[in-house]
Design a protein around this ligand. Sequence first.
Ligand SMILES: [Cu+2]
Length: 260
Amino acid sequence: MSMRTTLAVLALVGLPFAGCGGPKEETPPPGPAATSAAGPAGGAPAGATTGSASISGKISFEGTAPAPEKIKTSADPKCQAMHPQGLERQTIDAGGGGLKDVFVYVKSGLSGTYPAPTEPVLLDQKGCMYQPHIITVQAGQPLKIRNSDDTLHNIHPRPTANPEFNIGQPRQGMESTKTFDKQEIMIPVGCDVHPWMRSYIAVVGHPFFSVSKDDGTYEIKGLPAGDYEIEAWHEKLKTQTQKVTVKDGEKAKADFSYKS
Ligand SMILES: [Cu+2]
């Protein structure tokens, strides 16, 4: 069979797919299992030293947050088409009544061992942005990286304690799974194709962490009784720490306050 004939046969085989908007990788839509594990502080697996205490609070922000940054997406017409009204990025987001996307975790005071959950956490590339913006995994827990866009993304975390990697995902629906074995707070993530894409991965050696919601609230559940130091981290603002003592069954409060 000549090369020309082989190509013709391949083209014929490909025809049923070519009719609906070009070749695409057909993968099933994300199941609930994949997305539910993406939430912060998903809880410790069986066998870990957990308890019945919790620490919760609110991160407040006083002052004026900088205006949202306008992002130029014209370098990739597909990204631009996904955002006909333009794309903005608000790194200090206090519009919901508190400071959003603050990572809060137990920095010291724990003594137990905490096996990594086997359910993956999902980091999605969707609308030429990362979702979520702050990704939290336990050390050794799988991180599933998905390209939901019909354009090339290139996932490139820049860790210092863990090995660096750089994966191109040229087609919609592509997925890769990676793990980070060492605690590292934070690992910046970027896309080499779209310089505005930015997220952060927190790799924690235990399950006691949370990310503040739109209203600035966070909650760390299932803690054993103890004396802890907790830290709040924000990508543009300084980290803050607090000492918190909790007894079994107790719900302790720890608020953090940032000023511009
Ligand atoms: Cu990209």
